[in-house]
Design a binder for this molecule. Structure first.
Ligand SMILES: Cc1cc2nc3c(=O)[nH]c(=O)nc-3n(C[C@H](O)[C@H](O)[C@H](O)COP(=O)(O)OP(=O)(O)OC[C@H]3O[C@@H](n4cnc5c(N)ncnc54)[C@H](O)[C@@H]3O)c2cc1C
Length: 365
């Protein structure tokens, strides 16, 4: 089967590696001049690691990243332990994004990835799908996987009117810095007043990632560093998190990532006869549940499994859509519940409920 994947991000590259396992001839079309993820670190949960094991990169991934348990604290530094949940519900692998992207691109095979190749749309029939590119050329294929992120052109053609919308006022700041300022326990995430969360975690040997998020962030004044520091101030009470403030203050302005969070609306369909959406293209959500990438990798496992079980692509894609759309009804409910938590304790409890649910109900593909 000739399969074109629009987008060489985390999910597109994983899809390419995974579908090659079942014999697809894969071409990844990436609009950027290089396949290299922008960003700091990403937390990958065990349900994603299973797919990475399957495509043969799990061991190297574990060597690249740092296994962490993320527990929440209140702004006075008191640990928040959600009753009924344990370390398994809080444990993931934190991996530097550029290294992850390099590892996956090597696995896919660089010759199978075309850079500077922007997809603008497609035309599908029962027999094939023709992928349209911005340079005016067309690429015929048997299958098109839209892994082109929240601003997906494939989604725009498949589900007109499904543009991503801003998660009003929700901003995230992050950077990776040399380790050395953090507390010995290594991983600290605090839920503070003014709808602020933040902290830090080891992301690789000798390197620490800090992050600060705020819902309803209001006016943004000053430099990115000033803005992040203003929010991190909510998390620092009586000396708790002084080290986070120091880390941010010492981070060069150009190393700080500041993202407005975008959301993909619930879609009326995820697939066509020969087209399927995966990852953020299908379900870009707020990162306050820190699992969008992980769930995108889960999409890939379900898609691979459906395509290897069914000869007819349309039947396989329909099966994929049934499974994933149903799962995302629950993901959206959990995400909303975490977002609406009234205080730090409720946030920690609802977050643990989400991760426990995600891990214990993950598809076995
Ligand atoms: C602050 C923050 C923290 C997060 N933390 C976590 C976490 O800890 N754990 C987790 O699991 N998830 C996390 N997420 C979510 C995760 O980052 C995303 O869900 C994941 O990166 C989505 O991957 P993707 O491949 O679907 O999309 P993307 O990473 O957006 O990749 C899309 C790719 O497609 C390319 N592209 C776009 N349009 C076109 C086109 N028309 N033609 C060709 N190529 C195109 C882009 O250049 C890009 O390379 C976080 C998100 C944010 C914002």
């Amino acid at each position: 089967m000739r399969t074109v994947i629009a987008g060489g991000g985390l999910v597109g590259l994983t899809a390419a590696a995974s579908l090659r396992l079942i014999g697809h001839e894969v071409t990844v079309l990436e609009q950027a001049p290089a396949v290299r993820a922008v960003g700091a670190g990403i937390g990958l949960w065990p349900n994603a690691l299973r797919e990475f094991d399957r495509i043969g990169v799990g061991e190297r991934l574990r060597a690249l990243g740092a296994p962490i348990e993320t527990w929440f604290y209140d702004p006075a530094g008191r640990p928040l332990r959600a009753a009924g949940y344990d370390a398994d519900d809080h444990r993931f692998l934190l991996v530097p994004r550029p290294a992850l992207s390099d590892l996956l691109a090597d696995r896919v095979g660089r010759r199978n990835i075309r850079q500077d190749a922007r997809v603008t749309g497609f035309t599908e029939t029962d027999r094939e799908v023709v992928v349209h590119l911005a340079d005016g050329t067309d690429l015929p294929a048997d299958l098109l996987i839209g892994a082109d992120g929240v601003y997906s052109r494939v989604r725009a053609a498949l589900v007109p009117g499904s543009d991503a919308v801003e998660h009003a006022g929700h901003i995230a700041w992050r950077a990776i810095v040399p380790a050395g300022r953090e507390r010995p326990r290594g991983t600290v995430v605090t839920v503070g007043p003014a709808r602020t969360r933040g902290g830090y975690a080891p992301v690789a040997p000798g390197r620490t990632m800090w992050m600060v998020n705020q819902f309803d962030a209001g006016r943004l004044d000053g430099s990115k560093r000033d803005r992040a520091l203003a929010r991190a101030g909510h998390l620092a009470e009586a000396g708790w998190h002084d080290e986070l403030l120091e880390m941010i203050a010492a981070t060069p302005e150009e190393a700080i990532l500041e993202n407005r969070i975008m959301l993909v609306p619930e879609l009326s369909r995820w697939t066509g006869r020969r087209v399927a959406l995966v990852g953020d293209a299908a379900h870009g959500l707020s990162p306050h549940i820190a699992a969008g990438g992980t769930l995108g990798v889960e999409d890939v496992g379900v898609l691979r499994s459906a395509l290897s079980a069914e000869r007819d692509p349309a039947t396989a894609l329909a099966r994929y859509e049934d499974v994933r759309a149903a799962r995302f009804v629950r993901v959206r409910e959990h995400s909303a519940a975490v977002e609406k938590a009234a205080d730090a304790a409720e946030f920690a409890e609802r977050y643990a409920a989400f991760s426990h649910w995600m891990l214990t109900t993950a598809p076995q593909t």
